[in-house]
Every structure is written in structure tokens, then in C-alpha cells.
Ligand binder design. Structure first.
Ligand code: KG4
Ligand code: ZN
Length: 338
């Protein structure tokens, strides 16, 4: 008899993803179908197109995840179904949520809703052996930039967040302005390797001692610099932009670690796939004598394995959800009650 398994589904934005993960968080299968090609032409995610694509992709993606785990749609060999019910695009969330409810009902297994952000917080648990608690997670994605004290699984305190653009949003906007395509993060990451990060000195918004972030001034500074001097080497521009983003993210993360007495720094979210951020965070954590847990690139960007990990936790802590559970586009991460 193999360990109990959960099927997780993630459709909050532009990835249709399904995964089968066992109770000890061993990933049996993880399938991610990206819609990047569908949206790249428009320079960003088009909600209507995303919703329609999820409708087409959900069943084949789930069937593939189940079959790679040795089951079939009639005999899935899973004990529960977890699904992201927010935050995200409402039309996209609803596709995954209704699919998950129907499957749980047909298979007669419990069903549990997962907060997408809690999924990102659990991603490191899937791969790194025993990330110690308490730790600080820097959650940096296209929609969020947060510093979260994770005292124990499910016990979170928000230490800081962005007051304007998310870090990934800044990458995407700068890339769009420079004509580098969508999504901007990976394109800038690649091009920055050929540039000089000290060619231009862009502002670091961290005058105060706080843990909040602001990236819109940096984005404007990049636009101004290029408008003023169109002959600038674009590789130098993006390398200098990235140096400013990474500098702020790492400085504030280490400040959060010091203030909260964390035993590790954890990165999560799409921007945590950034090579420069990964290197700088690793060095800074090492200098402070703590480990830096870096989920693999595939576990940083949106996937369903991380939803499965958070799903196991929620299922054990609270039991299954009612089938009336709603999708909530602005679902907040539940913080610890002080
Ligand atoms: O977590 P994610 O896949 O989706 C959201 O929940 O938002 O994050 C997507 C974001 C995009 O803004 C993308 O440009 C950024 O992550 N990203 C990166 C890299 N790979 C993805 N940003 C910087 N460097 C990267 N290598
Ligand atoms: Zn995400």
C-alpha cells in the first residue's frame, strides 16, 4: 500500500497545472501547461483568453498528472483533491475550482481550497530537507512582493509588502518598455548577464528602516534614463535595473531575518527564479550564518505541487471544505491572530 496521495489543481493565472503529491510531500507528478505563447502577443495576461485556455487544458493536464502517477481518470488512486480558490483571475480560478469539485464528488474524496500565496510559502518544503522554523520567506511574484515571518506551517506574520508595483510587475513593465517581450523577468535575467550592473546607478527605495517595498520610482527612473539617452546599451540598463531590485530585496530580507530572529531565509514566487537574486540571497544569508532555501526554478513559478503541499497541511489542520466554497480573486493570506 503506497502513501496517501493528493491531486492538486492550480489555475489562478496563466498556467494550467496539476500535480500528485504524497503525504510526505514527495512529488509523484507535476504537470504545468503554460499559456505564455497565447498572451505574449498582447504583452501580458488577457483574462478572457486565460479562462478559455484553462477550460481546454484542465482535463488533459489533470489526466496526464494522474497517469504519470500510475492512475487513470476512472481509478485515480488519490485520497483528496486540493485546488487554488484565490487570489487570482476570477474566470481562471472558477475553471479549476469547479473542475476540482466535480472530480472530488465523482471520486468520493474530500476536497480542500488553498490560498495561492500559501502554496508559494510551501514550495520550499517540497524540495529542501527540513527548512527550520521560524523562517522568513521573501515572496516575490508578478502580483505580490511580501516578507512573511513563518513561525510554523500555517502561522504567518506579514512583515512588509510593496506599496505600489510588485517586483515581477516591475520586471514585466521595464521589459515591455524596452521591447524585450513577455514575461519580462526571464528576458531581463538573461540579458543582464551581458551587461554591467554598475553602469547606471538607479535609486534604491529603502531610505527608511521599514520592510515595505516600492518599485514604481525605479521603473520611472529606467524609462527616464533611456528616454534621455537612447544610445544606452540595453544590457547595461537591465543589469543596473536588476542590481537595484536585488539590492533592495536582499537588504530588506536580511533586515527581516535580523528583526524576527529567523533561522533561515526562504525564497518563493516567480521572481525567486532570478539568478542574480538567488546568488545574492545565498551570499547574504551565509554571511549571517543561516541557510537560504531556494526552491528549484519550476517550484518558484506557478505550479500545482506547491498547492498540494499547502493542501495536505490545510486538510490535516481543518478537514475538507464544503462544496459551496467560493473563488475569491482577492483572497488574503490568513495571518496569525496576535
Ligand atoms: O509566481 P509567478 O509564476 O506568478 C504569479 O503568481 O505572479 O510569477 C510570475 C512573475 C512574472 O512577473 C515574471 O516576469 C517573474 O515572475 N519571473 C522572473 C523570472 N522568472 C519569472 N523575474 C525575474 N527573473 C526571472 N528569472
Ligand atoms: Zn504565483
Amino acid at each position: 500500500m503506497s502513501a496517501p496521495r493528493i491531486l492538486a489543481i492550480e489555475t489562478s493565472c496563466d498556467e494550467t497545472a496539476a500535480a500528485v503529491v504524497d503525504e510526505s510531500l514527495h512529488v509523484i507528478s507535476s504537470v504545468v501547461s503554460s499559456q505564455i505563447d497565447l498572451h505574449a502577443h498582447f504583452g501580458g495576461v488577457v483574462p478572457e483568453i486565460a479562462g478559455r485556455a484553462h477550460v481546454e487544458l484542465l482535463e488533459p493536464v489533470v489526466a496526464q498528472a494522474i497517469s504519470e502517477a500510475g492512475g487513470s481518470m476512472t481509478d485515480p488512486r488519490i485520497e483528496a483533491v486540493a485546488v487554488t480558490n484565490g487570489p487570482g483571475l476570477i474566470g481562471s480560478l472558477l475553471v479549476g475550482l469547479s473542475g476540482a469539485k466535480a472530480m472530488a464528488m465523482a471520486w468520493g474524496v474530500p476536497f480542500v481550497g488553498v490560498n495561492h500565496l500559501e502554496g508559494h510559502l510551501f514550495a520550499a518544503q517540497l524540495e529542501a530537507d527540513g527548512v527550520p522554523f521560524p523562517h522568513v520567506t521573501l515572496l516575490v511574484s508578478g502580483g505580490h512582493t511580501m516578507l512573511i515571518a513563518v513561525d510554523a506551517p500555517g502561522h504567518y506574520r506579514l512583515l512588509g509588502s510593496t506599496i505600489d508595483d510588485a517586483a515581477g510587475e516591475a520586471y514585466d513593465k521595464v521589459a515591455r518598455y524596452l521591447g524585450l517581450g513577455y514575461p519580462g523577468g526571464p528576458a531581463i535575467d538573461r540579458l543582464a548577464r551581458q551587461g554591467d550592473p554598475e553602469a547606471l546607478r538607479f535609486p534604491r527605495a529603502m531610505k527608511d528602516d521599514g520592510l515595505d517595498f516600492s518599485f514604481s520610482g525605479l521603473k520611472t527612473a529606467v524609462v527616464r534614463a533611456v528616454d534621455k539617452n537612447p544610445d544606452l546599451d540595453i544590457a547595461d540598463v537591465v543589469a543596473s535595473f536588476q542590481a537595484a531590485v536585488v539590492d533592495v530585496l536582499v537588504t530588506k530580507s536580511m533586515r527581516a531575518v535580523a528583526m524576527s530572529g529567523a533561522k533561515a531565509l526562504v525564497l518563493g514566487g516567480g521572481v525567486a527564479a532570478n539568478s542574480s537574486l538567488r546568488a545574492a540571497a545565498t551570499v547574504a544569508a551565509e554571511e549571517s550564518g543561516i541557510p537560504c532555501a531556494l526552491p528549484s526554478m519550476a517550484m518558484c513559478t506557478d505550479n500545482a505541487a506547491m498547492i498540494a503541499a499547502a493542501g495536505w497541511y490545510r486538510l490535516r489542520a481543518e478537514g475538507g471544505a464544503e462544496l459551496s466554497l467560493a473563488a475569491d480573486p482577492s483572497l488574503a493570506l490568513r495571518m496569525e491572530v496576535a
